[in-house]
Design a protein around this ligand. Sequence first.
Ligand SMILES: Nc1ncnc2c1ncn2[C@@H]1O[C@H](COP(=O)(O)OP(=O)(O)OP(=O)(O)O)[C@@H](O)[C@H]1O
Length: 379
Amino acid sequence: MSGLIKLSLAGRIMPPTPCSLCETARALVKRPKTGQQVCKECFFTVFETEVHNTIIQGDDGQGIFKRGERVAIGASGGKDSTVLAHVLSLLNQRYDYGLDLFLLSIDEGITGYRDDSLETVKQNQVEYGLPLKILSYDELYGWTMDRIVQQVGKKNNCTFCGVFRRQALDRGAAQLDIDHIVTGHNADDIAETVLMNIMRGDIARLGRCTAVTTRSEDTMRRSKPFKYAYEKEIVMYAYFKKLTYFSTECIYSPDAYRGHARVFLKDLEAIRPSAIIDIIHSGETFKLEQAVVKGMKPLQSCARCGYMSSNTICKACALLQGLEAGLDRSALKQSQDETSVLPDGQRMIPKYERLRRDVSKSASQIDGLEKPLKGMAIS
Ligand SMILES: Nc1ncnc2c1ncn2[C@@H]1O[C@H](COP(=O)(O)OP(=O)(O)OP(=O)(O)O)[C@@H](O)[C@H]1O
């Protein structure tokens, strides 16, 4: 960043650095990704254009969206998803993608964290005029993260939260008859995931973690339009645009393993900023041998709740069974339980169902959607 008065070695005032793109305005930002010194307006333009390029390219050059798609933005109230909601609304208009956008928030039930960040999402709902749906763990699983942490402790709670959130997003989206979920995962998140998968030797995940788009439940897709956006640039964008976002870390200590990968990545970035993109490119060029692909378990429907799973019952049902049985950390080890029979009296996750599209239904008529607000775009 600059904007400061620069002095030469001889102590003379140096002229301000001009923007390296428009060459007229004064450079105010040094892009963390490229080192380019640019003015504020050019920074907005390159940031938005790079996201647009990710969107129109996709993994196969065909683009990630189809015209007329109903797209849910996974909205946590944090910087990434807030900037995503802002930029996607803007690009949808600027380039006429023809998307029907929604905000979808999962309330994990973390007092003093998610309740506050959801207030931010509600503010975004008004600011961007997008319909909002909130689905809670309590509603879906009968457990809040506060209660889960009471039972399993802080050490492994991220496993529960991650598995439950993934499924909750799909289920919330299914209730809205969504075609496509987008999340604010950024380049740093993806590079961390590549590193974690290498360190764990998780070949299957390594093979797919750099894709912009992956298939979610049945025909629903999941995309990461910020795949190439650096976290530092997202923060700068939010700051200069004065966007409203919630910036506190989760109170139940972030995933320690990811934390190590993050620290390592930040060290690499400090030495060589391109390290983040380089690691993503390494992941992209990694190819699984056909023999390995063939050896992978095919996906099936969970025998209890119908959600997709590579085992007889899905991970969420297995974790829920452990919780209901009053297990603590050993609940995690039960995750491969192969029995489809639910022990007596235990809670079950509702059957997974997708709405059949009723094209005559407007956003305001779908159950569970926050009521229309001033300026809200109704489909
Ligand atoms: N509770 C939630 N409800 C809806 N979407 C969520 C929720 N939590 C996370 N997501 C989605 O997953 C993405 C990555 O989540 P992660 O937990 O890594 O948070 P993050 O990197 O801090 O992102 P953000 O700044 O948007 O909170 C978010 O950008 C958002 O799109």
